[in-house]
Ligand binder design. Structure first.
Ligand code: CP
Ligand code: NVA
Length: 315
């Protein structure tokens, strides 16, 4: 088996900090590899390419799916996970991110971080001797969109040329979907209320070819292949909750909006969801919803990602 030799040098390590960090060819490989790993998992076949490897998981925000899927995933690949959070570690007492990265990356083989600003994970990664994976920042959530794309492809075939409707906040998920549309060549229609629009400074000049801004969520959903949304108030923005509840009230994905999409359109939500806010119970619990498969697929795509970052291509 091929394997990247230690010790690695900070600055020369492959990280996954945003969706744009991998190419379309790499995603083609990861999607195939995720399906292969999923089939192995379903048939209880042992596959331990990461035997004796340690994953450090650093959480500065809450999580259910991300923690569980990374921890179960590294275990299933033959490795082991260490859970760290800000409350119990020196990170919560002001130890510089750069120093933490030097130390943690000398004792482990791969690191997953969920934190606030993207600059924190970037500073960590530039001082890390091992691959760093973004498990959610204020700006991006690439592992989730990787799982979403895999889920779409598994259910409906290639996403290239398809139309995805984003109804909701210009948050970490929305910006990651925009990067995915650019990388994998599909159309993203974005609709959010006034005051919660995308920041043009964060959009690449190429992104606009794959992005349509719709003032009315109905226009975003018309003829879409996939409708997706997320909470109106992301972690870290709780102080804005009351304002947001009012601003977003017409941006709920309900049966009426879903009916405008293609008859075989799917509904996705990264979860956790608030029924009666960003999505109606009828939609998330209805026949077009694929949210449970989407959540499960976090496990399979992240196993493919960890294997790829540590061992390269294995087929
Ligand atoms: N979707 C997602 O990342 O879920 P958690 O916050 O539970 O990890
Ligand atoms: N946008 C949400 C995603 C949670 C998985 C948040 O950042 O809180």
């Amino acid at each position: 088996m091929t394997s990247l030799a230690k010790p690695q040098v900070p600055g020369q390590v492959k990280h996954y900090l945003q969706f744009a960090d991998l190419t379309r060819e790499e995603y083609d490989y990861l999607l195939k590899r995720s399906a292969w790993l999923k089939a192995k998992f379903k048939s209880y076949e042992t596959w331990h390419p990461l035997h004796d490897r340690t994953l450090a998981m650093i959480f500065e925000k809450h999580s259910t799916r991300t923690r569980l899927s990374f921890e179960a995933g590294i275990h299933q690949l033959g490795g082991h996970a260490v859970y760290l959070n800000t409350r119990d570690t020196q990170l919560g007492r002001g130890e510089p991110v750069e120093d933490a990265a030097q130390v943690i990356s000398r004792m482990t083989d791969i690191i997953m971080i969920r934190t606030f600003g993207q600059e924190i994970i970037e500073r960590f990664a530039s001082n890390s001797r091992v691959p760093v994976i973004n498990g959610l920042t204020n700006e991006y959530h690439p592992c989730q969109v990787l799982a979403d794309i895999f889920t779409y492809v598994e259910a409906r075939g290639p996403i290239q040329g398809k139309t995805v409707a984003w109804v909701g906040d210009a948050n970490n998920m929305a910006y990651t979907w925009i990067q995915a549309a650019e990388c994998l060549d599909f159309q993203l229609r974005f609709s959010a209320p006034e005051g919660y629009q995308l920041d043009p400074a964060r959009l690449s000049s190429k992104a606009t070819k794959h992005l349509t801004i719709c003032a009315d969520p109905k226009d975003a959903c018309k003829g879409a292949d996939l409708v997706t949304t997320d909470v109106w108030t992301s972690m870290g923005y709780e102080a804005e909750n009351t304002l947001r509840m009012n601003a977003f009230k017409d941006w709920m994905v309900d049966e009426e909006l879903m009916a405008l999409a293609k008859p075989n359109a799917l509904f996705m939500h990264c979860l956790p969801a608030h029924r009666g806010e960003e999505v109606s119970a009828g939609v998330i619990d209805g026949p077009q919803s694929i949210v449970w498969e989407e959540a499960e697929n976090r496990l399979h795509v992240q196993k493919a990602l960890m294997e790829y970052l540590l061992c390269g291509r294995l087929d």
